[in-house]
Design a protein around this ligand. Structure first.
Ligand code: PEP
Ligand code: MN
Length: 452
């Protein structure tokens, strides 16, 4: 284990094991878990340290207003959806949004998928009860099956290997699509024109026309080289299952430093960000750019203590705070955190997650969100940063490239009665393709009026 680590590094990488770890599955057979983890250690890394370093630099740019981050993807990826058509649709949606946001922000958009590893979920309740029967809650395909049977719901360590393999297959396709011509800027622009052909979106015609003119100008000016044909699409997920994340942590042969090689960026969720907890401990010792979700109960001194633990030296791009306050609370709760961080002086990239503070239950019992609330939280985030003179670094959203009906609202309006038409998510509701693009246009409108 970590053969190439010196003693001090080894102790640091294992220190999380002595700390309380929340939201870990009750694996029935610890020996089997150990065998799986030992096997995972032998498998190749998914990403290279140099790629994570490049992303770190780009996150640093976003902290200074020189770039804008778009993080997006499923709440929970599933093994069944590791299919070329689904992955292609998601990449396509992210790239289409990125073009619109680039125009609005006038700075490069850093594109990060919540994909190729987002297979584990913390749950509010460990147990789910249906008709008097209680079983372990579904914790994502990396842990157990969604089907409500005792067999499916028992955590199975073999699933961690499957999660690795599905991550590899996804990432391979991401790399092929983003370097093989699929991501060609002119092609992405044509797709956006297709979206605009729908009269439902005529309110965005003016901006779409401007983007079109900008494209034609660039072509006429002879700007058509490789940067038009390939893009960097980074991958990220919540670092929840600590044995898996530890197994994927490797010593970079170039620098001798530890990196989590399961994704370019990993984040710590709102439920596992305890300062003395195992998640913060493990990620404090890897060199990747990392994120921490901050909900409305976060105190300014907690934010500073997280910086002390996760980025004591103030390395630019290392730490991103992803606030998820809720539409009604963002302008009330976020300023004190931003002010404390600004006063501290060590750099943080601020990203808004306008999804997780805005989850509601529809009258038919389905978990949903209102697009209006999501946009209100984004606007609130921009307002807070503009008032404090700090930089809104980006957005983090749950989306899919398919025409699902999981979130209320949008110009092609989804209402409570139509939620059931195509409600496919196994955990949280996602923006569909059209809602994602619509959001990009609305956010781009906001961005053009502010200095990020
Ligand atoms: C998530 O991103 O799916 C999630 C569980 O978020 P949070 O940790 O902010 O609740
Ligand atoms: Mn979610």
């Amino acid at each position: 284990m970590f053969d190439d680590a010196d003693e001090e590094t080894l102790a640091a990488l294992l220190a999380w094991r002595d700390k309380p770890a929340k939201h870990q599955p009750a694996w029935p057979d610890k020996d089997e878990l150990d065998r799986v983890v030992a096997y995972l250690r032998t498998l190749p890394p998914l990403v290279f340290a140099g790629e994570s370093d490049k992303l770190k630099q780009e996150m640093a740019q976003a902290s200074r207003g020189e770039a804008f981050v778009l993080m997006g993807g499923d709440c929970a990826e599933t093994f069944a959806d590791v299919r070329a058509d689904r992955i292609r649709a998601r990449i396509r949606t992210i790239l289409q949004m990125a073009v619109v946001l680039t125009y609005g922000a006038s700075v490069p958009v850093v594109k990060i998928g919540r994909m190729a590893g987002q297979f584990a979920k913390p749950r509010s309740n460990d147990i789910e009860t249906r008709d008097g029967i209680s079983l372990p809650s579904y914790m994502g395909d990396a842990v157990n099956g969604h089907e409500f049977t005792p067999e499916a719901r028992i955590p199975d360590p073999e699933r961690l290997i499957s999660a690795y393999q599905h991550s590899v297959a996804t990432l391979n396709l991401v790399r092929a699509f983003t370097t093989g011509g699929f991501a060609d800027l002119t092609k992405v622009h044509e797709w956006n024109k297709g979206f605009m052909a729908n009269p439902a979106y005529s309110q965005y015609e003016a901006m779409a026309g401007e983007i079109d003119r900008a494209m034609r100008f660039m072509r006429a000016a002879g700007v058509s080289h490789d940067s038009f044909r390939t893009v960097d699409l980074y991958c990220s997920h919540e670092a929840l299952l600590l044995p898996y994340e530890e197994a994927m942590t490797r010593i970079d042969s170039r620098t001798g430093l530890p990196y989590n090689t399961s994704a370019h960026l990993v984040w710590i969720g709102e439920r596992t960000r305890d300062l003395e907890g195992a998640h913060v401990e493990l990620l404090s010792h890897v060199r990747n750019p990392i994120g921490v979700k901050l909900g409305p109960t976060t105190k300014p001194e907690e934010a500073i203590a997280l910086i002390d633990k996760l980025n004591p030296e103030g390395e630019p791009g290392r730490l991103t705070f992803i606030s998820r306050m809720g539409a009604g609370l963002v302008t009330e709760k976020l300023p004190a955190l931003v002010e404390a961080v600004r006063a501290d002086g060590r750099p943080v990239t601020w990203v808004t997650d306008p999804m997780h503070g805005n989850t509601i239950t529809a009258s038919n019992g389905l978990k949903t969100r209102r697009l209006g609330d999501i946009l209100t939280e984004i606007k609130g985030f921009f307002t807070v940063h503009s008032e404090l003179g700090t930089h809104p670094g980006g957005i983090h959203v749950e989306l899919t490239g398919d025409d699902v009906t999981e979130i209320l609202g949008g110009s092609e309006e989804i209402v409570e009665d139509t939620l059931t038409e195509r409600y496919e998510t196994l955990v949280d509701p996602r923006l569909n393709h059209q809602q994602s693009l619509e959001m990009a246009f609305l956010v781009a409108e906001e961005l053009r009026h502010i200095e990020i």
